[in-house]
Write a protein that binds this ligand. Structure first.
Ligand SMILES: *Cc1c(COP(=O)(O)O)cnc(C)c1O
Length: 489
């Protein structure tokens, strides 16, 4: 039953055509299709109708409806996939697009995207070429491998390798390496999908070469080694070295495959960071096929890179599945430009954002954090306490799980708003700013904020403060429904 008050309020709700002729909407219609603005107005009316029926609101002003319409339309006009400021300190954040590209890679993507290219054409002969050629020579040079190819991502590379080289046959894997990577990638499940049979050997913490050898029979196609990218087993542990496994494989005419996960072309151990083996080391140790991601520690575009023995990689290139998993020209453009930087290690360290971020020094980060804090403090109005504090950043992206990099964060502690409300305002602003909640504070780690973003970030924070202030002027909405967006790293 609707009572008379509600009935009267519903009657007074402005009609859509009145909202459309409000100056705010009239202006909007010069930039947005009329139907879109009309849809926005209908939605605004419907929302208020609901609230009136639920007895929680009175009749809104025409102005308010026009403003809501405009907000909705603006949100539809904005690109859905758009840049955000990563203030989480997590260098490889899968939800935030993993590796930002080097400037030279961005330029090459733009150049190739804008027109036609020799994607599958050999310019010297005018004959058909292969898209792999653009990066194969570089990859071989940087890893010491005989041949290379690139597919959509490393998960695709694992699938292609197993399907092509081991379908219907056995693949021996240590129980300590049956990993799951975020986003439902499990070695055992990819194996099942590929048609290869998984033969588990050893235990979680220890697997010996004789465990592998005992499992070898006429059905065995390969031994697979998986990099335990996102966890560490410490203590009483051991597994055979690559050299030992390579010798075992040679003795029994089997293939040795390593899913290296991140795959580094640059030895970051010399910076004292982690214990990630380089791809070159794996190849030199006698591994027949190695696969790794293009957008983890390598710092390039999303891709799965396969390097190894020529006869093996040739088989992969010819497999039907390779066509379904192939990369596009934009990825190749970005990857080629990124790989080119590695020809000069100094340049790679300086220009590839992932490498540059990993190596940022605490003193420099402290200066950046203090600059950011100083730029927002005057706007905090005493409602938010702003301070700078030492903290640690993580590498993320399932890479270097045990590594903690010393950093500095700008800490926002709301006196009037909770950490959740602050975090929401930052995340839903323009540009969106992603921080992390730590107890009752929001922490912004400057490691992953580019110097050229610092001022933009400060503006975004100031706007978020303003937003919170104006919302808390509307009673009861200061801490509105907060979505606790839990994100996967
Ligand atoms: C990250 C990772 C993958 C998946 O790579 P994507 O490029 O994300 O598809 C596979 N295996 C290991 C060991 C990994 O670390």
């Amino acid at each position: 039953m609707i009572d008379e008050t509600r009935r009267e309020r519903l009657r007074q709700l402005p009609a859509v055509h009145r909202i459309l002729s409000h100056p705010v909407c009239a202006d909007l219609q010069r930039r947005a299709p009329r139907e879109l603005v009309a849809e926005g107005a209908s939605r605004a009316v419907a929302r208020h109708r609901e609230r009136i029926l639920a007895g929680v609101a009175s009749v809104p002003e025409l102005e308010e409806l026009a403003r809501e319409t405009a907000e909705w339309v603006e949100s539809k006009l904005r690109p859905h996939l758009r840049p955000v400021i990563n203030a989480t300190g997590v260098v490889l954040h899968t939800n935030l697009g993993r590796a930002p590209l080097a400037e030279s890679a961005v330029e090459q993507v733009v150049r190739v995207a804008r027109g036609y290219s020799n994607l599958e054409l050999r310019l010297e002969t005018g004959k058909r070429g292969s898209r792999h050629e653009h990066v194969e020579d570089l990859l071989c040079r940087l890893t010491g491998a005989e041949a290379a190819m690139v597919v959509n991502n490393n998960a695709a590379a694992v699938l292609l390798v197993l399907r092509t080289l081991a379908s219907g046959r056995n693949v021996i894997v240590s129980r300590g390496e049956l990993v799951e990577i975020g986003g439902s990638f499990r070695v055992s499940e990819v194996m099942a999908e590929s048609g290869a049979r998984l033969v588990e050997v050893g235990t979680t913490n220890k697997t010996h070469d004789y465990d592998y050898e005992r499992a070898i029979d006429g059905e065995t196609a390969m031994i697979m080694r998986t990099h335990t990218s996102n966890f560490r087993i410490v203590g009483f542990t051991s597994r055979p070295s690559r050299e030992e496994l390579a010798a075992l494989c040679r003795k029994h005419s089997l293939l040795l495959y390593e899913d290296l996960g991140s795959g580094v072309l640059f030895d970051i151990r010399k910076w004292g960071i982690g214990d990630e083996p380089t791809v070159r080391e794996c190849v030199a140790a006698g591994v027949d096929v190695v696969s790794f991601s293009g957008d983890k520690l390598l710092g390039g575009a999303q891709a799965g890179i396969v390097v190894g023995k020529k006869n093996v990689v040739e088989k992969l290139k010819k497999h039907q599945l390779a066509r379904a998993l192939r990369v596009d020209k934009l990825t190749l453009a970005a990857l080629e430009a990124t790989l080119r930087l590695y020809l000069d290690e100094e340049r790679a360290a300086r220009e590839i954002p992932v490498l540059w971020m990993l190596r940022r020094r605490p003193e420099e980060l402290k200066t950046a954090a203090e600059r950011l804090a100083a730029a927002i403090r005057p706007a905090s109005g005493g409602e938010v306490a702003v301070r700078v504090t030492p903290d640690v950043s993580q590498v993320g992206g399932g890479s270097l799980p045990a590594v903690e990099l010393p950093t500095y964060t700008v800490v926002l502690e709301g006196r009037r708003w909770g950490a959740a409300a602050l975090e929401t305002a930052l995340r839903t602003g323009e540009p969106p700013i992603m921080g992390r909640i730590h107890r009752e504070e929001v922490r912004l780690d400057v490691r992953t904020i580019f110097p050229h973003e610092l001022e933009l970030c400060a503006e975004g924070i100031r706007r978020a403060f303003e937003q919170l202030r104006s919302r808390s002027r509307q009673p009861g909405e200061a801490d509105g429904p907060v979505q606790q967006g839990r994100v996967r790293v």
